[in-house]
Design a protein. Structure first.
Length: 448
């Protein structure tokens, strides 16, 4: 029996595998783990770029000197995707070639330090790709899912929220009802502000007079509209559904304090990014004045950003983007830190995380006692053509694969069918996948 057959024995099966099958699999896994194979060495590192779903995804593949043993890691930074590949292939690859794959902590720390200047999104995403690929390799060697390598599941699956949006209230309600009908118990709600480029929704036909010709956003009409939205949504959808909302750091700090207070009566599951990373000191004021649950972190790169919010208990949910923070290794530590302080996890999980990254997210979800919620975005047919064995969604729960490593395979030929730029149009295509700009009426650019 060769290694592939052993892995097939150890893996395979669905989430709902029969108990007897599980027992057989466990025995095969134990036999494999106890077998002891030589420590693999890194033979090649490359970045696979693909865009099957309209968003630029970067996945690192590490190949070892052992036949058929490799791993995948998410290194996606979609707005600056072309910079990630050289960060991996021109800097981390020569640093890591020939090293053994077993010392994940050591490799993470040495990669982190090797640029001297650190904690930026490009370099963190590059390290994440390597880090997650090494966890994948270790799981494949052991014949275990990564969740078993770090202690095992403390829940069966991750409760998820999905995004409802609309230009107006009827559209939004329709969108939310469709999500609830799929079994989701948690829904993020965003509605358009007439004539304005509100986050997460359409803008409608109304014209807004401005001193420029581009997209316009003003925070006051947005906040009034959002408060009205919660009145309508609570009245139409009831009290049982859990509601979330993302401000996307688009209001001023003093407005954020008032807005969080005004939302208190609607009992949100959480209010997301009510402040920009530059203004996080204002969380202390919000905390003193209301009980609206607060979530923050998808833009964070550095411990200097999440440490004070967690250790001073200034937020309720840490929402770090796992590749942006450097991968599975540092995010496992963030989760444990949060557990010590009663802060729960809500890892960033939109379309600009690759399915490999979603595997890392859901692994953290099922092993962390202080899991809060998981953001979910569906994988379309083209994504499934490229990424085989994506995590399974059922009734609002996301299930991790029960096969070795992340349990995911990437079809490189299929990935090559969807090069960067596939499916992008207009400004985003012109900006090489980057974001455009939104300005106030008077022409001042805003954070978005
Ligand atoms: Mg967000």
């Amino acid at each position: 029996m060769n290694r592939r057959d052993l892995l097939k024995m150890a893996g395979g099966g669905s989430v709902l595998a029969a108990v007897s099958g599980r027992e057989q699999k466990a025995q095969a896994q134990a036999a494999k783990a106890a077998n002891g194979m030589p420590v693999p060495k890194i033979k090649d590192i490359k970045v696979i770029e693909t865009e099957p779903q309209g968003v630029r995804l970067s996945v690192v593949k590490i190949t070892t000197d052992q036949d058929g043993l490799y791993g995948f890691g998410c290194a996606t930074f979609t707005q600056r995707a072309d910079l990630v590949t050289p960060a991996v292939e021109k800097y981390l690859k020569p640093f890591l070639m020939g090293k053994t794959t077993d010392k994940i902590e050591d490799i993470w720390q040495s990669c982190y330090d090797s640029s001297y200047w650190k904690n930026g999104p490009v370099l963190n995403c590059a390290i994440s790709g390597v880090d997650q690929a090494l966890w994948d390799i270790k799981g494949r060697m052991a014949g275990m899912p990564v969740y078993d390598l770090v202690g095992g599941k403390c829940r069966e699956a991750a409760d998820c929220y999905s995004h409802a949006s609309g230009e107006d209230f009827p559209q939004l309600l329709d969108s939310a009802r469709k999500i609830m009908a799929q079994g989701f118990r948690h829904v993020r709600v965003q509605v358009g502000v007439p004539g304005m480029a509100a986050y997460g929704s359409g803008r409608g036909n109304k014209e807004v007079k401005a001193l420029h010709s581009g997209p316009v956003f003003e925070s006051e009409p947005y906040m009034k509209r959002a408060l009205k939205m919660f009145e309508v949504v609570r009245k139409e959808l009831g009290d049982e559904v859990e509601l979330l909302h993302d401000v996307h750091e688009r209001v001023q700090p003093h407005q954020a304090v008032q807005f969080a207070k005004d939302l208190e009566k609607f009992n949100l599951f959480f209010l997301e990014d009510v402040l920009s990373p530059e203004d996080i000191a204002y969380f202390r004021q919000i905390r003193q004045q209301c009980t609206t649950p607060l979530a923050m972190g998808e833009l964070f790169n550095s411990p200097h950003e999440w440490m004070p919010l967690i250790s001073e208990r200034l937020i309720d949910y840490i929402r770090v983007h796992v590749s942006q923070a450097g991968g599975f290794t540092p995010c496992r530590k963030i989760a444990i830190l949060g557990e010590m302080y009663g802060v729960r996890t809500a890892w960033h999980g939109p379309g600009d995380v690759s399915p490999v990254g979603h595997c890392a997210n859901v692994t953290l979800d099922v092993v962390s006692y202080n899991f809060g919620i998981q953001e979910y975005s569906a994988f379309n047919d083209r994504a499934r053509e490229v990424f085989h064995y994506c995590p399974v969604m059922k009734d609002g729960y996301l299930y991790p694969n029960d096969t070795p490593g992340w349990g995911i395979e990437l079809d490189e030929k299929a990935a090559a069918k969807y090069p960067f730029g596939t499916g992008e149009q207009g400004e985003r295509k012109n900006l090489n996948g980057g974001w455009g700009e939104v300005r106030r009426r008077d022409g001042q650019v805003i954070k978005q």
